[in-house]
Unconditional design. Structure first.
Length: 291
């Protein structure tokens, strides 16, 4: 029996929401407990909001809320309704978490003033938090929206687009502080943060290859194609033990799409056999551009 159309895409398990909430809490603690009290600028929407806070005193959560609302309106017209709906929970959840953290974390969590240590610990907390959010294909809005827009109109990867935006934000702190030290701390944060993000989600920008062995290969392929928008290739094989012909699905996808693929296959055929392996690079439509 085939699954109802689009049933899978509407499934976002409670465990995913829990991971997003935990991730947002970690990010809020890293930002308000380590970076903001030490006047350290990071990238992303949080970095812009921190600069506004330093110059005007406006709470970070207020700036994040206002800017996110503006970006979501723009994204509605450029990236579509589906992207905006997917972003809402993380965007407003982050605003709430930072608002709570700013209320209770009024001083640095470090016993003494040490900007370098605060930068590293804050970056680790923020990176771990973002990694948890990204691991379930969620987002926090902000510069993720800007990065998605850049990616849509330029041959630039999402990761590189976000890096460009973050560097610009950190360099702009010069006009407020006239401090090379602040910029260096900001760049250290970006390096550590994205390294931790990659560790948490095991290289989200990396591509993976799946070999799926199932008697329901046609149904699995149809759902991967229609719901996850990934192509499948069916190849003929022979089981050496059973001496029976076997259809094998070959699927190339992003690392972050691994969990949805596993969940979809499990719903259709819990007895399926799946092999997953990392690939060095995939070039073409839906992946990186050929160099």
């Amino acid at each position: 029996m085939s699954l109802p159309a689009k049933k899978y895409l509407k499934t976002f398990e409670w465990r995913d929401y829990l991971l997003v909430v935990i991730g947002l809490m970690l990010y809020a603690i890293g930002l308000t407990g380590f970076l903001v009290p030490n006047k350290i600028v990071t990238g992303g929407l949080a970095g812009v909001s921190v600069l506004i806070n330093y110059s005007t005193g406006i709470p970070v959560w207020v700036s994040i809320l206002v800017i996110n609302c503006c970006l979501l309106v723009i994204a509605w017209f450029i990236l579509g309704r589906k992207f905006v709906i997917k972003t809402l929970f993380g965007a407003f959840g982050l605003t709430l978490m930072i608002g709570i953290a700013e209320k209770y974390l009024t001083h640095s969590l470090l016993p003494s003033a040490d900007p370098l240590m605060a930068s590293i610990i804050g970056a680790i907390c923020c990176g771990a938090g973002l990694g948890l959010v990204y691991s379930v294909n969620s987002t926090t809005g902000g510069t993720d929206i800007v990065g998605a827009i850049i990616t849509k109109y330029r041959y630039v990867s999402m990761g590189r687009g976000l890096m460009y935006v973050d560097v610009v934000i950190i360099l702009s702190s010069w006009f407020l502080f006239q401090s090379l030290e602040t910029i260096i701390y900001g760049l250290i944060i970006i390096a550590v943060l994205y390294y931790v993000v990659d560790l948490v989600i095991s290289g989200s920008r990396q591509s993976v290859q799946f070999l799926i062995f199932s008697t329901k290969y046609d149904e699995i392929a149809s759902h991967i194609n229609s719901e996850l928008h990934r192509g499948c290739t069916v190849i003929d094989g022979t089981g050496w033990y059973s001496k029976k012909p076997q259809k094998v699905l070959v699927v190339l996808a992003r690392k972050t799409e691994s969990t949805p693929i596993f969940r979809l296959v499990k719903q259709i055929d819990k007895d399926a056999f799946i092999s997953q392996s990392n690939v060095v690079g995939v070039y073409g439509k839906g992946f990186d551009q050929m160099k």
